[in-house]
Design a protein around this ligand. Structure first.
Ligand code: 13P
Ligand code: SF4
Length: 368
C-alpha cells in the first residue's frame, strides 16, 4: 500500500506551534524525554537523516544495519524510526508484538518504493510466467512496501539491501533460471553486471506498458528489472564525473549503486551507503572525493573529515526530500505524543503481510 493511502485520521499532522519553538527549547525537551524513558525508547536513524535529528539517534546505520538492530532489540517499547516509511515497516515486521514503531512524519515515504504496487506486480508476474513458466524468482530491494516484500516471500524470494544485493542475487540465480528484481532497475542491473551477467541478458519490465522493453526472446533473459529508480541517485551524471576529472585529476569518484549503470561504470568506485562511509573513513589525509549519494550524508562526511576534501558529485542536488521530512520539530512532536500516552504515526503491518514479508527478510539474512 502506498503511504498516501495510510494517511488515515489517526496520523495527524504536527501542530504548527512546534515550528515556533527555538532549537534550544526543542533539543532540551527531546533530551528530557530520552532521559525519562531510558532504554524503553529507541531512536534508530538512517545515515541520510538531517544532523538535527541524527544527533539524537541511539543507533545509526544503513537499511541493512537498522533492520538487523531492529530484529535484535527486544527491550524498547517505543521505537521512533528516523528514516522513511518502508524502513519503519521493516522494523515493525522484525520487532515483537508489544513493541510500537513510530514514524515521526507519515509523509516520509520513498518515491522509489511507491514505483511498484501490488496490482502492477501481480500483473507482471502473471504475464511473465505465461511467457517463461516457473523459472523466475522474485527479489525486492528493501526499499519497497511491506506488501511487495510479502509477495516476494510468498513466491520463495528474498529482500536485498544495497550492502548484500550481490550475495542475494548470486543465491537467487542458483534457485531459478532468472530473477525479477523490484523496484530499482539500477541496483539490479549494476549488481547483476558485477556478477558477470551481460547486459544483453537483462531487460526492463515497464509496469505501465505491461511489457518487457526488449526485442529479445524472453527465454534468453536472466534479469528482469522493474522500471523504478531513486529520484535522488538518478540525478548524478557521467558529465558531472568528467567535469570533476577535468578540474582535478586527483579526485576519486565514489557512487551508490542506485545511480545509473553509466555513472557506476564511469566512477572509480561504487558501493552501498555503508561501503561509501567505510572507504572515506579509511582514506588517508589529503584524499579528494566527489561522492554520488544523498546530500545530508555527504555534508556529514565532509564535516567529520576536515583532513580530506569531500564534495557532492552534484553540488546542486537537494537532499532526499522525504528523508528530510523528519526534522527536529517532528521528532519532538512524536516523542511528546508517546510521553503523553497519545502516540501518533504508528506503523503497524497486518499479521498476514508481516508473516510473508518476514520470510523474504529471513531468506536475505540467511544468505549474508
Ligand atoms: P542503503 O541504506 O541500503 O544504502 O540504501 C540507500 C537508500 O536509498 C535508503 O533509502
Ligand atoms: Fe527513496 Fe532514494 Fe530517498 Fe532512499 S534516497 S528514501 S531510495 S528516494
Amino acid at each position: 500500500m502506498s503511504i498516501f493511502n495510510e494517511l488515515a485520521p489517526q496520523h495527524r499532522l504536527m501542530p504548527e506551534a512546534y515550528r515556533e519553538l527555538s532549537t534550544e527549547e526543542m533539543e532540551r525537551r527531546v533530551r528530557a524525554i530520552k532521559e525519562k524513558h531510558g532504554d524503553e525508547l529507541l531512536i534508530p536513524g538512517h545515515h541520510y537523516q538531517r544532523d538535527e535529528v541524527i544527533q539524537f539517534a541511539d543507533v545509526t546505520g544503513d537499511s541493512l544495519e537498522l533492520a538487523r538492530l531492529a530484529a535484535q532489540n527486544t527491550r524498547a517499547r517505543h521505537i521512533v524510526f528516523c528514516g522513511v516509511h518502508f524502513m519503519a515497516e521493516t522494523c515493525d515486521i522484525l520487532t515483537q508484538e508489544e513493541q510500537t514503531v513510530v514514524l515521526p512524519d507519515m509523509r516520509a515515504g520513498c518515491s522509489m518504493a511507491d514505483m511498484a504496487n501490488m496490482a502492477q506486480t501481480e500483473i507482471a508476474w502473471r504475464l511473465l510466467t505465461e511467457q517463461v513458466g516457473d523459472t523466475i524468482l522474485p527479489l525486492t530491494y528493501v526499499n519497497s512496501t511491506a506488501e511487495i516484500k510479502a509477495f516476494v516471500g510468498r513466491h520463495g524470494g528474498a529482500t536485498v539491501t544495497s550492502s548484500n544485493a550481490r550475495q542475494v542475487i548470486a543465491w537467487a540465480l542458483k534457485q531459478k533460471k532468472r530473477i525479477l528484481f523490484l523496484p530499482d532497475q539500477h541496483l539490479g542491473r549494476n549488481t547483476a553486471y558485477q556478477l558477470g551477467i551481460p547486459l544483453e541478458q537483462m531487460a526492463v519490465w515497464d509496469p505501465y506498458a505491461k511489457r518487457l522493453e526488449t526485442d529479445r526472446d524472453p527465454e534468453d533473459l536472466r534479469i528482469l528489472l522493474w522500471k523504478g529508480h531513486c529520484s535522488v541517485h538518478e540525478k548524478f551524471t557521467v558529465a558531472q564525473i568528467e567535469e570533476f576529472r577535468r578540474s582535478d585529476p586527483e579526485v576519486r569518484v565514489i557512487v551508490h549503486p542506485e545511480c545509473t549503470y553509466d555513472v557506476v561504470m564511469a566512477a572509480d568506485d561504487a558501493g552501498s551507503t555503508k561501503y561509501i562511509i567505510d572507504r572515506i573513513n579509511e582514506a588517508p589525509t589529503g584524499s579528494k572525493w566527489a561522492v554520488g549519494t544523498e546530500m545530508n550524508l555527504v555534508r556529514r562526511l565532509a564535516a567529520r573529515h576536515p583532513e580530506q576534501q569531500i564534495v557532492s558529485l552534484n553540488p546542486d542536488l537537494c537532499p532526499c526530500l522525504t528523508m528530510n521530512r523528519i526534522d527536529l520539530p517532528h521528532l519532538l512532536w512524536s516523542l511528546e505524543s508517546i510521553d503523553r500516552g497519545e502516540t501518533t504515526g504508528i506503523i503497524r503491518v497486518s499479521q498476514d503481510i508481516a508473516e510473508d514479508a518476514k520470510a523474504a527478510l529471513a531468506r536475505m539474512f540467511e544468505h549474508v
